[in-house]
Design a protein around this ligand. Sequence first.
Ligand SMILES: Cc1ncc(C[n+]2csc(CCOP(=O)(O)OP(=O)(O)O)c2C)c(N)n1
Length: 338
Amino acid sequence: MSPRRKQETPAAAPAADDSALPLRLLADMLRIRRLEEKCAELYGAGKIRGFLHLYIGEEACAAGTMHALAADDNVVATYREHGHALLRGVPMNAIMAEMFGKAAGCSRGRGGSMHLFDAARRFYGGQAIVGGGLPLAVGLALADRMRKLPRITACVFGEGAMAEGAFHESINLAALWQLPVLFCCENNLYAMGTALARSESQTDLCAKAAAYKVRARAADGMDVRAVHAAVGDAVAAVRAGGGPFFVELQTYRFRAHSMFDPDLYRDKAEIEAWKQRGPIHTFSAQLKAEGRLDEAAFLRLDAAAQAEVDAAVAFAEAAPWEPVADLLRDVHTPEAAR
Ligand SMILES: Cc1ncc(C[n+]2csc(CCOP(=O)(O)OP(=O)(O)O)c2C)c(N)n1
């Protein structure tokens, strides 16, 4: 664990004190965890192919952030986006069918793990290109501004994306034009096998955002309440018309970068130390200490998450493949248009 990571104490009391929310946050973290564990298993069995980037360990970030947004807000994410899609309301069946490459998937089976997409739920990816979602988010926010719509656009990306030109161009324009963008950096310390300090001269990510005159704060990305409070404050500030906001969520992935990564660049002791701070077991322990949860209730939430996953797998297995006759559908070539 890096000792240099400074964080702000959340200014406002978490809205998670609304009585149903803490259990919802826990249930949603469990849904993401069980979904992804099953995906890893199905990948090993050859049912899911292509790339697969798991979010295990980072669940507090998606749960705290997605619950701080309004249903009408836009969300743009990266390839590590299964949890964000799920919590934005994309049905687990449609996510699992997409993983299998079936036509019933949320991207009609043509996107796979990295390209979950659901325009009706304003979930705009699922982007495979590092930094690729950032200009898209600024464009969505600009469109909303021009149409005088009150929503905001949340853009989720990793700290690796902050080394891309797209980050600097996007945050500059968002600040210059005071656009309603929430820049949400999930800093898990590694971009594939490269530690932040090995690729960036400035490792204080909030300072980078502040260089563009964007308000910025860091929060403990392993603590779902801290995430919810920090992002909630940031969302309120953006919605009030104060221009963009940058939030750094300091987190860690417990698994390798992707299924192809032998994970040789991290000490086992470092991984174990972060696992001690795992967001599901620390939050459930907190809720138990507060008398809001007991072991039986925890097991019920976990069983419900597992049942949802099992049903999604059954749905995806039974779903038909896209017919060969549709092969050229939505493929923009002159041949397809004829
Ligand atoms: C423009 C571009 N360059 C390189 C890659 C290869 N690549 C895929 S993931 C990744 C690391 C990104 O790390 P980060 O943004 O921190 O996100 P994380 O995987 O940690 O969630 C890289 C370099 C890519 N997909 N796109």
